[in-house]
Write a protein that binds this ligand. Structure first.
Ligand code: ADP
Length: 873
């Protein structure tokens, strides 16, 4: 607006000046015309010096507003006429003008010669004053200028308002953008470009600047973020302390470490100290004081207690900044949360302590040794194993493991080859010398430890003293060999015994003469003795090998005594021995025992009592419940008694204490077996004897409650058993590879007319015959030349055409495991060789017309023990 005014002013000034010039020109011209006309008019008056005429002519000039003075001079410059003021006349005179103009400001002086007839008669001088005209002009122009100026300013104001928008809008937008950036620290906003003029360029430049700031800001933020992350990961916070203001500034991570929020603001030193664990405060104060006193930066570890009571470990380092006078005014440093590290260190220490304790207290020997054969480290157990007083002594004494320790140095070579090829060895067994040159067996587990180049650094591992295990294994091996031998012997002896006893029994049934009966009696008696011997030896070896199975159950003592007494009565009668039980036998008393084995022991004691008591003697059975929850069964006799010095040998196998000199038969195994059976059932056996008066053998077993339900048991009658009925048209298949056994069964079945016997010595043929003939019963031996008997049984039971046929196994193998196995595979009965003829016929009859399931159940009861299939003693 001001510019407009100035421009207008200048323009009007110029116009005014121009107009003033024109006015002056015009006035000059007008004055010269007036002067020329007036001079002509005045020619006559001048010539004739007519003052009135001259004055009259001049007075006409007064009408002209700008002419303020006029003078008419004669040629001799004498004034003829004049009007105006003296000042004007003086001014005309001073101009001394003869002709022409002179302009002085607003005043114009004209000198016009007065000519008449070609002669200058005088001079007319006119003085015009343009001031008034100029003033009027000035007023005019001033008014116009003012009007124009006002109009211009109005227009300019209106227009500038419009035009300014084009210029200011972009700038305002830039300002807005800048404000947004400043207010929100948001460098992503951009100013909008609306034109390509200077404002557009300015916007571009502004946006470009924002780009750069944003990029820098983003890098800065990235760096800050990374720094924060790094601090967070390292649990490393930053702190700064203004000593003058007593303010401590923490980084976010420092707040987090101390369990506080960054919003909680700056800290003071006192508040910080309050966060430090009570026990560490003094140490922290002193460390910081020392740093302020000029010591090097502090480097301390202390504990803090967070608000929730959690204790954390802090590692802090700090430095001091001093002013020019050496006065500290600032501290700064770091605070790192090292709790996890501390815990890990503690765990490591604990683990080390633990492993050191394991290493020191292990029962196994632990070592590290070089491939060259020196121990690097050993634990006390290894020193003990090798018979040294300390690990140090062992390490110092063994310069070459292979030569000094190994009984067989070649084993060490084998060990080295193995461990270096596989990287480790497991359960490597070898024999070593101890310090005192006694030998030990060791079992070693080791591995190779290699260096960075893969070279073997050392071996490390553990060794265990397995000398005892080796000894036990050796004993077990020997025991197994013994058992196998006995089993084999048993089988080998039972097979011929089967023929001897079987045919002997048949002969006995064929009404022999008295002499023949006597001889047959010898055969049967010798055969039975041998059979007893075999059974008892086998039982003892089974017990000792831990292979005899016992089925412990509540056994009614009264029942067991009654059954065994019944069995003993014939022999007692034969020997005129009075056999009795004490009157007060309570049927409710039970012991925990294996029923058969319990009866076996009772029978043995009763048998001995009857055997060794002279004719007309007495044998009494009684029992008592002892105070320690045991039942003691006593077998007393009025026999010869046993001398005290022999009592110690009473339970020694094959020890008959001189009875072998007498006619009384025996094996010397009965009491030894009884003792082992009692021990195996958790009981005991003993004797009290008075020479010449008699002996009392006793056994003790744990008292137990009576079972809630008791099943009725078959009582096996003693003596010769006759078939209950005569089955007709029965077919039997017998699979057996031993000819004498085949012949025995053939002859036994000859007593059963109507029985067709098919025989074969091979398992496969037996299977074919079974399928073709579908016999009523199959008798099966286990030791067959082509297929094992249990395989034949499995195939028979797997085949739908033969599954229903009852199979009776007849084998010399009387082991419990074998019996159970065959019964579980589907055998109806298991009879052991030598065959008890009565038992054989009973089984034969039972299996006729009875289905398989019932047979199995019946067999499980009657064949509970192999001995039941053998003749009773
Ligand atoms: P045997 O088969 O000889 O009877 P035992 O082991 O049963 O073997 O008995 C060992 C020995 O103890 C017998 O040989 C016998 O000398 C003696 N003996 C056992 N019982 C009695 C008893 N009731 N009276 C006297 N001596 C006995």
């Amino acid at each position: 607006m001001a510019i407009t005014a100035v421009v207008l002013l200048l323009a009007f000034g110029a116009i005014f000046y121009f107009q003033a010039c024109i006015l002056r020109q015009h006035a000059t011209h007008e004055l010269s015309v007036v002067g020329e006309i007036t001079a002509r008019e005045c020619g006559a008056a001048v010539r004739f010096k007519d003052e009135d005429a001259a004055s009259q002519i001049l007075s006409r000039l007064k009408d002209m507003p700008q002419v303020v003075s006029a003078r008419l001079d004669l040629a001799n410059h004498q004034r003829l006429a004049f009007f105006g003021t003296l000042r004007d006349e003086a001014e005309i005179k001073a101009a001394r003008l003869k002709s022409g103009f002179t302009i002085n400001g607003d005043r114009i002086i004209l000198a016009q010669p007065v000519m008449l007839g070609g002669t200058q008669e005088g001079t007319l001088s006119l003085l015009a004053d343009l001031r008034t005209t100029t003033s009027q002009l000035l007023k005019l122009y001033g008014s116009i200028f003012t009007l124009v100026l006002i109009a211009s300013l109005l227009v300019a104001f209106v227009l500038s308002g419009q035009f300014l928008r084009f210029v200011t809008d972009p700038i305002l937008r830039l300002a807005d953008t800048a404000r947004t950036v400043a207010d929100h620290n948001d460098y992503s906003v951009r100013a909008t470009k609306t034109c390509n003029d200077e404002a557009g360029i300015l916007t571009d430049a502004f946006n470009q600047m924002l780009d750069q700031i944003q990029s820098q800001d983003s890098k800065l933020r990235g760096s800050e973020e990374k720094l924060a992350q790094a601090q967070h990961i390292a649990h490393l916070g930053y702190w700064e302390r203004d000593l003058d203001a007593d303010r401590i500034y923490w980084s976010d991570e420092t707040y987090r470490i101390f369990g506080l929020q960054p919003q909680e603001g700056a800290m003071r030193f006192d508040r910080f100290v309050e966060l430090v664990h009570l026990d560490d405060r003094e140490m922290v104060r002193q460390a910081i004081a020392k740093t302020l006193d000029g010591e090097a930066r502090h480097d301390i570890e202390y504990r803090i207690v967070r608000r929730d009571g959690e204790v954390r470990f802090i590692h802090s380092q700090g430095n001091v900044v001093k002013d020019s006078s050496g006065q500290p005014y600032r501290m700064f440093g770091t605070a790192q949360d090292v709790t996890e590290q501390k815990r890990a260190e503690q765990a490591l220490r604990d683990a080390e302590h633990k492993y050191r304790a394991i290493f020191e207290n292990a029962i196994e020997g632990i070592f590290q040794s070089t491939p060259e054969g020196k121990f690097l480290s050993v634990n006390p157990a290894l020193a003990r194993i090798f018979g040294y007083d300390s690990p140090e002594e062992l390490i110092a004494s063994i310069s070459d493991i292979e030569q000094i320790i190994y009984v067989d140095p070649k084993r060490r070579e084998e060990f080295k080859q193995l461990i270096e090829a596989q990287g480790s060895v497991e359960l490597f067994e070898y024999e070593v010398f101890r310090k005192n040159r006694s030998k030990l067996w060791l079992c070693e587990n080791s591995r190779v430890v290699r260096d960075d180049q893969g070279k073997v650094s050392y071996y490390e591992g553990t060794v265990e003293d397995i000398t005892e295990r080796k000894r036990v294994e050796e004993v077990e091996r020997a025991s197994k060999a013994k058992s196998e031998f006995l089993s084999r012997m048993s089988h080998e002896l039972r097979t011929p015994l089967n023929a001897i006893l079987g045919f002997g029994q048949l002969l006995e049934r064929q009404k022999p003469t008295e002499v023949q009966r006597k001889r047959i009696g010898y055969i049967l008696s010798a055969g039975k003795h041998l059979l007893d011997l075999i059974n008892e030896v086998l039982d003892i070896s089974r017990i000792e090998a831990g292979r005899m199975q016992f089925s412990l159950e509540p056994v009614c003592v009264a029942d067991a005594l009654e059954e065994t007494l019944d069995l003993m009565r014939p022999l007692a009668t034969e020997r005129t021995i009075q056999l009795s039980a004490s009157a007060d036998i309570d049927a409710g008393v039970h012991v925990l025992a294996d029923r058969q084995r319990f009866k076996q022991v009772l029978l043995n004691l009763l048998n001995n009592a009857v055997k060794y008591t002279p004719f007309f003697g007495e044998v009494t059975v009684s029992y008592q419940v002892t105070g320690n929850e045991k039942v003691r069964v006593l077998v007393s006799d009025t026999g010869p008694g046993i001398p005290a010095e022999k009592l110690a040998l009473l339970f020694t196998p094959f020890e008959r204490l001189g009875a072998e000199q007498s006619a009384i038969e025996g094996t010397g195994l009965g009491l030894a077996l009884s003792q082992r059976l009692m021990q195996a059932m958790g009981g005991s056996i003993g004797v009290e004897s008075d020479v010449g008066k008699g002996s009392t053998f006793w056994i003790e077993l744990p008292l137990t409650k009576s079972p809630l339900e008791r099943f009725p048991r078959d009582r096996e009658a003693n003596g010769v058993e006759q078939p209950s009925s005569e089955p007709a048209n029965r077919s039997i298949l017998y699979i057996e590879d031993n000819l004498s056994n085949l012949a025995l069964i053939e002859q036994m079945l000859a007593e059963r007319p109507g029985t067709a016997l098919l025989t074969t010595m091979q398992g496969k043929v037996g299977l074919d015959l079974a399928r073709q003939h579908s016999p009523d019963l199959i008798l099966l031996d286990l030791h067959l030349p082509d297929v094992p008997g249990w395989d034949v049984l499995s195939q028979l039971k797997a085949d739908s055409t033969t599954r229903h046929i009852p199979v009776v196994v007849i084998s010399a193998d009387a082991t419990r495991r074998q019996i159970n196995r065959l019964m579980a595979s589907g055998a109806a009965h298991y009879l052991t060789k030598p065959l008890d003829v009565n038992k054989f016929f009973r089984v034969l009859d039972e299996t006729s017309g009875v289905d398989g399931a019932e047979q199995s159940a019946a067999a499980a009861i009657s064949n509970g023990d192999a001995k039941e299939a053998c003749p009773s003693p």
